[in-house]
Each structure stands twice: as structure tokens, then as C-alpha cells.
Ligand binder design. Sequence first.
Ligand SMILES: [Zn+2]
Length: 125
Amino acid sequence: MAVTCARCQSEVSAEDIYFHQDQQVCEDCYMEMLQRPKTCDVAAVQMAKKHRQASGQSGTEGLLDIQKKIYNYIKKNEKATRQQVLDDLNLSELELDKQIAVLRHCELVKGRKEGNRIYLVPFDY
Ligand SMILES: [Zn+2]
């Protein structure tokens, strides 16, 4: 069954569709959207960065518990799909995307494409 990507309008099979902000998007668009945090996340990211810099923190110091939890989960598993993190940490998609954006900016986590899957991996993976 083919599904149309809400962003680039390309047709992809249903198992390659990702949900992002209530939209069905293809993998490429999803990656791009992950890499470009939405405006509403910028304040959170800058706060996290500033706070970390000001207190000379590195690694996961100064992160929110939920951000540490996500980071430690990904680190422990070396790589994890978004769905695994959602299931195992019992998060909403909105919450996960928000925290991933912050972790990306703190250079702790990044997206990585392997085959036809996208994984979240530690930044120094
Ligand atoms: Zn697309």
C-alpha cells in the first residue's frame, strides 16, 4: 500500500512512513525535519546549551532527567530506532522529538541511516 508523504508528496510504502507532528512523512523528510528543530524548540536548546556552558558541564550533566534517560538508553543500546525509544521509555512522539532536538544540539545524539532504517545513535558513534 502506498502512502503519500505530506511534505514532498512522494509515494512510499506504508512501512517507510514516519509520523511527525501529526503528519505522515517519508524517511528522507523525517530525517530532515529531525535535523531542523522547529522554532519553538530553539529556546529550550539555547537554554540547555547556555546552562551547560555556564556551569562548565559536559556529557549529560545539566540535562533534564528525561534527556539523560533517552541518551543513556541510546548509548546502552548503541543504536535505537525512534519506535524502540518510544516503546521502552513510554514517551509521546511529541516529547521524544522535542528532547531529541535538544540532544542533537548538545551534540550527544544524532540520526543515522542504515539500510532503510533510521537509528538514533550516540553523537560519537
Ligand atoms: Zn517526503
